[in-house]
Design a protein around this ligand. Structure first.
Ligand code: XMP
Length: 310
């Protein structure tokens, strides 16, 4: 594939489609939305408003970190604090698809449509990739960024048209485009992180306390496995508790699952054979988190499991 040509074609397509109107895009800091942000700014300059929506579900320090990376590239990104809206929408929900739906609705119908109205944007640039579309159409999982393929007309429902410059690419292609688009290498190589963020790693209700727990575990896992070369690694908070001992007292504590996989495009995956030393070290650190007294390693490939837990 000629990536240089692809970039030029997409820049032209975005320019021609948007014309003299305004466009908006949401940056998550993942490689897909980062590439869209760069292509969009090259095509549209100040006609494009890029926002980072803090949905309360991001990893430690992530909102500030992402804004800084793009500021260094000369691309302004606005940080939008929507934490309370997402927390309220998720309160009381335990069903995985209802949780995903609540996040989609809060993002598109509430937060994003408000931003679109404010900025009078007629177009939304979106980081959808081919795998997202295929899995949604196949009914495997409703990816949170798929609209048209589910029969939702964004123009009618939310008041804007969607442009999806990456919808013919798979993840490995997107990384190549990211490199050519001069994105920093650590960003091109960033492990995938889902749109619904840490909510995909909390089984049961998503509360601020439970987000804190999985966020702390995520920091440990990402730090310990940064040099593992694995495709993706994550921490999951289960809905069950288990008996343990802390400070010589019985504790009915929480359970964190460590997941680390090898894959090329996340459609299938095998489990990384991490060393026993590494597993023990991670387990020790994770069980120091308040209220967590067990750490398990997930040995399941995809299929039959998926990568995320909801
Ligand atoms: P699953 O859990 O479906 O994940 O095996 C496959 C890959 O996709 C990521 N993932 C998502 N990415 N929005 C995204 O942008 C989503 O809703 C979503 N759900 C899963 C997941 O991290 C893995 O890399």
């Amino acid at each position: 594939m000629d990536y240089e040509k692809f970039i030029q074609e997409q820049i032209t397509h975005i320019k021609n489609t948007v014309g003299g109107e305004k466009a908006i895009n949401a940056l998550s800091g993942g490689v897909d939305s980062s590439v869209v942000t760069v292509l969009g700014h090259r095509a549209l300059g100040e006609q494009l408003r890029t926002v980072f929506v803090d949905n309360a579900l991001m990893r430690e320090g992530e909102p500030e970190h992402v804004v800084k990376i793009f500021a260094d590239l000369g691309i302004p990104v606005e940080l939008i604090d929507a934490r309370q809206e997402f927390i309220s929408a998720l309160a009381g929900l335990t069903d995985p698809e209802q949780k995903r739906q609540a996040i989609t609705d809060t993002f598109y119908a509430k937060v994003f449509s408000r931003l679109v109205r404010q900025s009078k944007a007629k177009f939304l640039l979106h980081g959808t990739i081919l795998t997202d579309i295929e899995e949604t159409v196949a009914g495997i999982k409703r990816q949170h960024n798929i609209l048209a393929q589910l029969g939702i007309d964004p123009q009618k429902t939310y008041g804007y048209k969607v442009i999806e410059p990456l919808k013919t690419l798979r993840k490995d292609d997107v990384r190549e485009v990211a490199r050519l688009a001069a994105l920093p290498e650590h960003l091109c190589k960033r492990i995938p992180f889902p749109g619904p963020a840490l909510a995909t790693r909390i089984v049961g209700e998503v509360t601020p306390e439970r987000i804190e727990t999985v966020r702390a575990a995520t920091s440990i896992v990402e730090e310990e496995l940064a040099d593992s070369g694995a495709f993706q690694y994550l921490a999951v908070l289960l809905n069950d508790c288990a008996t343990g001992i802390r400070d010589n007292k019985r504790e009915f504590g929480q359970i964190i699952v460590l997941r680390c996989i090898e894959s090329t495009d996340a459609r299938t995956a095998t489990v990384t054979p991490l060393s026993w030393d590494k597993l023990n070290r991670i387990s020790e650190k994770i069980t120091r988190i308040t209220g967590v007294n067990r750490c398990l390693y997930d040995l399941t490939p995809k299929p039959p499991a998926t990568v995320e837990y909801i």
